[in-house]
Write a new protein. Structure first.
Length: 143
């Protein structure tokens, strides 16, 4: 399994937003500049992330973008689903499938457990961890 480029860029964008906009707002142009992503891509992502309730935008002289909730309350799963939709590993579970094995498939009943485990793992990674410039740390290591 691999994230799409847009999901990857959404994580990069949200990480930059968490690092840069604490209490202040930041423009999409500034997010593009700080991430190195093309401005049109960031604009598209900002639209999706705002629609998903992860970013909040305001117009005007003091406008810009801000996290819609604290970074600790936004997970990697939230970000991926904002761009990709629900996390579904097997096509037979997304409601739009055409599988010739469906009637005899012994694995299909187990996919919901696998999907829940994957989503649960992604939900355990908060944006605060992703935006930490020191990078990931093994459990128990603080410095």
């Amino acid at each position: 399994m691999r994230l799409s480029s847009m999901a990857d860029y959404a994580v990069v964008t949200m990480t930059a937003a968490a690092r840069n906009c604490g209490g202040a707002r930041i423009s999409a142009a500034r997010l593009a500049e700080s991430t190195g992503l093309p401005a049109p891509t960031v604009q598209k992502l900002v639209s999706r992330l705002t629609a998903a309730g992860l970013l909040r935008s305001a117009r005007g002289a003091h406008g810009g973008l801000k996290l819609a909730r604290p970074a600790a309350a936004i997970s990697l799963a939230d970000i991926v689903e904002a761009v990709e939709g629900p996390i579904v590993l097997a096509s037979c579970l997304d409601g739009e499938h055409d599988c010739s094995l469906e009637s005899a498939c012994a694995v299909r009943p187990h996919w919901p457990v696998v999907n829940a485990a994957l989503r649960g793992a992604l939900a355990q990674v908060p944006l605060t961890q992703l935006s930490d410039p020191r990078g990931a740390r093994p459990e128990g290591v603080t410095a």
